[in-house]
Ligand binder design. Structure first.
Ligand SMILES: Nc1ncnc2c1ncn2[C@@H]1O[C@H](COP(=O)(O)OP(=O)(O)OP(=O)(O)O)[C@@H](O)[C@H]1O
Length: 338
């Protein structure tokens, strides 16, 4: 097996906060293999950006260790930086330079020759669909175009590993979809991608592996499909009368001890989860019919990653996102120097 491209051991970052120490990242053990596309998913303040900033050498860990592209993030910062691309939140705002000049300058700052930089920039302009805008000043580009330029800047030195911190935050759905497609293309071309997001659908649609983070800890790490399959499909049965609820609960009690009474569009009903949802629901309707229980309708809903988060934390990711995070007391560092 190849060596991991990222390996962390008990990686930890604490910040002094007004109300005591903020444990932004707590004892993170993460291993990413070359070629993976991994999403760190979690609510605001979960520790996603802090993790990325330690892995990209922008922040020193408080304790623990991390190796990225084979180098130690504390002792071999320059080597790490040469082998990674990093696109932070809100880069590229309003420069009066032309996009192409930014690309050329970035390449030169990595020590690339002018000819190599021009060739690489032309490739990225094509891959990221920037042909129509790259010769305009950055400040005249739309949000989506700037984000794609940011990614081109992060990829100019052809790193094997690309970190993207909330790449599509603030973009409209069409631009988000476009950007996601471009990132998937970079991944298909061989780049390992680690991105943070609090868009459930983005993690679900893009990532081969989702690392769910909450309060600085990893609470789940698996493929989106496994995470959802583990939860089982939700089955809701609408019943014709209240007497039918107890009879239904008695019938399903063994299959799902957490089955409970619910209201379904004003009717009494029962909701439960079952791993084998669709087949189970069909069988349940038959058994209820045999027992003479009046069924008014049945609904089978596949779980989302939000259901996974809810079952792990007791909170919906959307609710959790609404909570204000502690205010930073240290200024975030800048982009890595070349
Ligand atoms: N420089 C800092 N000084 C103090 N506290 C900080 C600093 N940076 C982050 N924190 C705190 O660490 C915790 C984790 O923040 P982090 O930005 O890593 O979360 P996140 O999951 O990336 O959130 P978001 O989705 O909002 O970007 C939060 O409580 C945050 O307020």
């Amino acid at each position: 097996m190849n060596a991991p491209i990222i390996e962390t051991t008990a990686l930890t970052k604490t910040f002094p906060g007004r109300r005591g120490t903020v444990e932004a990242v707590r004892s993170l053990d993460l291993r990413v293999e070359p070629g993976e596309l991994v999403a760190l998913l979690g609510p605001n303040g979960a520790g996603k950006s802090t993790t990325l900033r330690m892995l990209t050498t922008l922040l020193p860990p408080t304790s623990g260790a991390a190796r990225v592209a084979g180098f130690d993030v504390v002792r071999e910062q320059g080597d790490v930086r040469r082998h990674i691309g990093y696109v932070g939140q809100g880069n590229g705002a309003g420069s009066i330079q032309r996009g192409r000049d930014e690309l050329l300058n970035a390449g030169r700052s990595y020590g690339m020759s002018a000819a190599d930089t021009r060739e690489r920039a032309a490739h990225l302009v094509d891959a990221l669909d920037l042909g129509g805008v790259v010769d305009r000043t950055v400040q005249t580009m739309s949000g989506g175009q700037r984000r794609r330029l940011d990614i081109a800047l992060g990829m100019i030195h052809a790193p094997a590993l690309l970190f993207l911190d909330e790449p599509s935050t603030g973009l409209d759905p069409q631009n988000r979809a476009h950007l996601q497609e471009q990132v998937l293309d970079l991944h298909r071309a061989g780049t390992t991608v680690v991105l943070t997001t609090h868009y459930l659908d983005e993690a679900d649609a893009m990532a081969q592996r989702v690392v769910v983070v909450d309060h600085g800890r990893v609470i789940a790490d698996d493929t989106p499909q496994h995470l959802k399959d583990g939860l089982g499909v939700r089955v809701t049965v609408a019943l014709t009368g209240t007497d039918e609820v107890a009879r239904t609960l008695a019938l399903v009690g063994d299959a799902d001890p957490e089955a409970h009474a619910v209201e379904v569009d004003g009717r009494p009903g029962v909701a439960l989860r079952h791993r084998d949802g669709t087949a189970y629901a069909a069988d349940l309707v038959r058994r209820l019919g045999d027992a003479g229980v009046g069924v008014a309708g049945i609904e089978v809903v596949r779980p989302t990653l939000d259901d996974v988060f809810l079952s792990l934390t007791g909170r919906s990711l959307r609710e959790a996102d609404g909570q204000p995070a502690d205010q930073p007391t240290e200024q975030p560092a800048d982009q890595p120097a070349a």
